[in-house]
Each structure stands twice: as structure tokens, then as C-alpha cells.
Design a protein around this ligand. Structure first.
Ligand SMILES: Nc1nc2c(ncn2[C@@H]2O[C@H](COP(=O)(O)OP(=O)(O)OP(=O)(O)O)[C@@H](O)[C@H]2O)c(=O)[nH]1
Ligand SMILES: [Mg+2]
Length: 448
């Protein structure tokens, strides 16, 4: 339990119908009772009830009439006594209420501190705490669903189950060590091998969800790339249904990278329009081309666009070498103009008439990843930290397998199993260092 009581404004700044100030900690009831007038003292009210009252200044003047929502620990968000004060949504009011709390020795909460307390008090595990940020910051239906899935604990349950199996196996091995003289095998080696293989298989399944999980959490980065004047900005505008980027018949119009977002079937796509790539003496355009190359490097999908009037295979081949590892969709644009037949393109479009745009969207969706095989009940890995921990667990288990098959003594195998288990534990935060925690909770907003 923490010694101090914390408070923060939990609603976004600005005017609104209501604003909420959240107070949590052992002195919550004493402090809120001290600054408010209610029919009955809040400390005498039952948990999970709402009460009308006023918050008053030191001289007794009413600051605002408010509602108090009471949550007694441990049945609260943080696991401590919590009161949420709903005021009128005016920043002058919330500032005054905060000031009253601070006068009564309440400390202003750091970003994510409520959720951090929820984690430390065992209300949620670490992956669920991270899911809280994802739920708040989700920008598409798919990412919201993925975050909900994690908040509901689907990943946590899966990880806990795998941990238990490893703990069980390694404890038996360690028991064997205690009876080393007697030469007893507590664990049948083939059963052990079977267990490790099954855990590896489960981890592989989880790892495989990441390519999709990452996409639903962060969106798909799509770069529009090509020579100057092929119609990259025109395609962007057509996709967004607005004239976002400047379009002109002068090659070299776009200088900076332009980023916009759109959703297709609930999945977020971040579209980057880039400067046309060519050799140039113009220093501004040179910088634009450099930025185009950077954008290509970080993109998930590259739309490589060419002009139907004069596709330029040779110079594109060089560009293709640069981006060989990426998913590339080759697009031939301006097909509304009379042109020769050209084969080898995945999509044929006109940013003028809109022809082929639907096919382009389909291709983008297809390249974004397999979305079909996951149900609401599938645990999905959406977070890079979790992915890395799983990968490390996987390595330890493979090592354990090879130790097992080369008949190493039980302590070697047991160490690998313990290490794998520790790597899994990092995901749900059974053990966690301050570094990891600070890193995670710093991403929160205040009041959460
Ligand atoms: N007929 C026709 N014209 C197009 C099409 N797409 C683009 N254009 C024209 O081609 C010219 C260049 O278009 P932009 O969209 O500015 O080309 P860009 O690839 O962004 O060019 P930079 O920014 O200079 O690299 C403009 O005059 C557009 O109107 C198309 O599908 N059909
Ligand atoms: Mg452009």
C-alpha cells in the first residue's frame, strides 16, 4: 500500500458538460470530506454509490456543485479508496478543486500513476495496464478490439498457463537434483520433451499473430513512391476524397512527406505521399528525395507508381533493389489517357476518373495481413515488448530441447526452462524492474 494520496483531472482539458477529478489513496475519504459539504459524510457512505454535494473554498464559498462517486478499496480501479468528483466542465473549477486537494496534502498524480497503482496492487497485470493505453489511443475499430482483447486478459491467461507448465516441469527437474545420488527420474524425458514442444508450439502461434497484431495496433504504413509527376499526390487525394496535397503538372511538386490516415474495413492505414524520386540539383528537392527514401524504409507497403504514358522499368529496377524486402504493389496510373499495353502491374488506376481505385484498396487490404483467422477469443500479440519476450522464451525452450536430446544433466535443462518462464513473466509483469515500469507508464496521460 502507498502512503500518499494522489489526485488528477481525468478528463481532457477544455470546456465540457462535466469534468472528473479522480482521487485515490488511504486519505481519500478524509480529504474529500474536508473540502466538501454533503448530506452525509462520504466516509459513512457505501461503496459504489453516488452522492450530491458541494466543494467549498477555505472561506466556505461554494466552488461548484458536484457528484461524488465512491469506490472503496480493494474494489476500485487502483485497489485503493477512490472518489471521482464530477464537476461542471470548466478548467477554472477543476483547477480550484485540485488546489483544495493539494492544500490537504494530496499529491498531483504522475501520468499513468492510477494504472500503475492498479498494477502494483494486483488489480491488473502489466499487459493489461499496457492495454489501457491502447484502448485510450486506439484510432480504428480493429485496434480498439485488439486492445480490448488484451485488457480482457486473453493474452495474460495464455501466458500464465504456459508459465505454469514450465514451472511444473522445472520444479520436478530440480527435485531430481535433490535426489541425485539415488538416480531417480521424476520426469520422464519423453514427457518433458512433449511438454516443451507443446509450449513452443503455443508460443509460435502467439508470435504468428504479431504481424497482424502490430497492424491492428499501429496501423499499416503505406508509402506512395515513384518518379515525379506520375500522380502520387493525385492518388492520395483520391483515396482521401479531399484535395489534401498540391497537385500540378510541374514535376517535383511535392517536397515534403505528407501523412494522412484512412481506415479500410476498420484497419488504420497511414498513407505517406512522398517527393518524386529523381536526380536533382535543387537542394530543397534533394532533401525531399532523401525523406522519400526514409519513408520507404519505414513503410510496410510501398505503392510503386508509374505513368501509363511512359513507364520507366530500368530506373525502377534500381529503386526496387532498395526496397526488395518490402511488400510492393506496382501501380500503373493515368490509364484514362491513351497508352500502350503494359503487363506486370498489380493494379491499374486513374486518379482522374477513379478507375481501379477499389482494386487498389483491395490490394492494400490483402497486403496488410491475414485478418480472417482470428476470432474475438484468440489471444493476439500487438505489442513489440511482448513479442520480444516471447521470442526470447522461444529461444530458451529450443535450447532446452537440444540440451535434453544431448542428455545433459537436469540442471541445464531446468535453467533453460526457468529462463523461458522468466521471459514470459516479463509480459504480465510477475517480475518487473523500475526501468520497464517507468518506460511503460510514462506513455500514459495524466489522470489515468
Ligand atoms: N489524366 C490523368 N492525369 C493525372 C492522373 N494522375 C495525375 N494526373 C496529373 O498528373 C500531374 C502530376 O500529378 P501529381 O499528383 O502532382 O504527381 P506527383 O507524382 O505527386 O508528382 P510530384 O509531387 O512532382 O512527384 C497533374 O497534372 C495531375 O493532374 C491520372 O490518373 N490521369
Ligand atoms: Mg506530389
Amino acid at each position: 500500500m502507498f502512503d500518499d494520496t494522489i489526485a488528477a483531472i481525468a478528463t481532457p482539458p477544455g470546456a465540457g458538460a462535466i469534468a472528473i477529478i479522480r482521487v485515490s489513496g488511504k486519505d481519500t475519504f478524509a480529504v474529500v470530506d474536508a473540502i466538501s459539504v454533503t448530506k452525509k459524510k462520504l466516509r459513512d457512505c457505501a461503496s459504489h454509490t453516488i452522492h450530491y454535494g458541494t466543494i467549498t473554498a477555505v472561506d466556505g464559498e461554494v466552488i461548484d456543485d458536484v457528484l461524488f462517486s465512491i469506490f472503496r478499496g480493494p474494489r476500485s480501479y487502483t485497489g485503493e479508496d477512490v472518489i471521482e468528483i464530477s464537476t461542471h466542465g470548466n478548467q477554472l473549477i477543476t483547477a480550484k478543486v485540485m488546489e483544495r486537494l493539494i492544500q490537504n496534502d494530496v499529491r498531483v498524480a504522475e501520468p499513468g500513476e492510477f494504472t500503475r497503482r492498479a498494477y502494483i496492487n494486483g488489480r491488473i497485470d502489466l499487459s493489461q495496464a499496457e492495454a489501457v493505453i491502447d484502448v485510450i489511443s486506439a484510432r480504428s475499430d480493429a485496434s480498439l478490439r485488439g486492445a480490448r482483447n488484451q485488457l480482457d486478459g486473453l493474452l495474460s491467461q495464455k501466458i500464465s498457463a504456459l508459465r505454469e507448465r514450465l514451472i511444473h516441469a522445472s520444479s520436478l527437474l530440480e527435485l531430481e537434483l535433490d535426489f541425485a545420488e539415488e538416480d531417480i527420474e521424476f520426469v520422464d524425458r519423453s514427457v518433458l520433451q512433449q511438454t516443451v514442444c507443446e509450449v513452443i508450439e503455443e508460443i509460435a502461434k502467439l508470435l504468428a499473430t504479431y504481424s497482424f497484431g502490430r497492424v491492428i495496433r499501429d496501423g499499416v504504413h503505406v508509402a506512395l513512391v515513384g518518379k515525379p509527376n506520375v500522380g502520387k499526390s493525385s492518388l492520395l487525394n483520391y483515396l482521401l476524397k479531399e484535395s489534401r496535397a498540391i497537385v500540378s503538372e510541374i514535376p517535383g511538386t511535392t517536397r515534403d512527406v505528407i501523412r494522412e490516415e484512412m481506415t479500410i474495413n476498420g484497419i488504420l492505414f497511414r498513407i505517406y505521399d512522398t517527393a518524386g524520386i529523381r536526380d536533382t540539383e535543387d537542394i530543397i528537392e534533394m532533401e525531399g528525395v532523401k525523406r522519400s527514401m526514409d519513408t520507404i524504409r519505414s513503410a510496410d507497403i510501398v505503392l510503386l507508381i508509374e505513368d501509363a504514358l511512359g513507364p520507366d522499368d530500368d530506373s525502377y529496377n534500381e529503386l526496387l533493389n532498395h526496397i526488395s524486402a518490402k511488400k510492393i504493389i506496382r501501380v500503373l496510373n493515368k490509364i484514362d489517357k491513351p497508352h500502350e499495353e503494359h503487363a506486370g502491374y498489380e493494379v491499374y488506376t486513374s486518379a482522374k476518373t477513379g478507375e481501379g481505385i477499389n482494386i487498389l484498396l483491395e490490394a492494400m487490404k490483402r497486403h496488410a495481413g491475414d485478418t480472417g483467422t482470428y476470432t474475438e477469443k484468440t489471444a493476439i500479440v500487438t505489442n513489440a515488448r511482448h513479442y520480444h519476450s516471447l521470442s526470447r522464451a522461444n529461444e530458451f525452450l529450443h535450447h532446452a530441447l537440444s540440451s535434453g536430446s544431448s542428455h545433459l544433466s537436469p540442471e541445464f535443462i531446468s535453467v533453460d526452462l526457468r529462463n523461458a518462464e522468466a521471459a514470459l513473466s516479463e509480459i504480465i509483469g510477475v517480475v518487473s524492474t523500475d526501468d520497464i515500469l517507468n518506460n511503460i507508464f510514462a506513455k500514459f496521460c495524466i489522470g489515468k
